[in-house]
Design a protein around this ligand. Structure first.
Ligand SMILES: [Zn+2]
Length: 63
C-alpha cells in the first residue's frame, strides 16, 4: 500500500471553479450532459456534471 504525501494539495487558495477528479485528481474541464434522473428530478439543483478525460469518471459538482 502506498502512502499519499501530497495531502496539502487538497485545499486550494481561492481557486475559481476548478474541478478535480476525485479518482485521479486530474483537472476536469469537459462538461457532460446530466443523466436522465438528474434532469427529471433534480433539475432545480445547481449542479453540473463533469467527466474526467483520463479515467472517464463522471462527477457532479455544485454550482
Ligand atoms: Zn479521473
Amino acid at each position: 500500500m502506498e502512502k499519499k504525501t501530497d495531502e496539502k494539495l487538497k485545499i486550494q487558495p481561492d481557486a475559481k471553479k476548478t474541478v478535480l477528479c476525485p479518482k485521479c485528481n486530474t483537472e476536469i474541464n469537459s462538461r457532460t450532459p446530466r443523466g436522465a434522473f438528474v434532469k427529471t428530478f433534480l433539475f432545480w439543483l445547481p449542479i453540473k456534471r463533469y467527466m474526467c478525460y483520463k479515467c472517464s469518471r463522471k462527477t457532479y459538482v455544485w454550482g
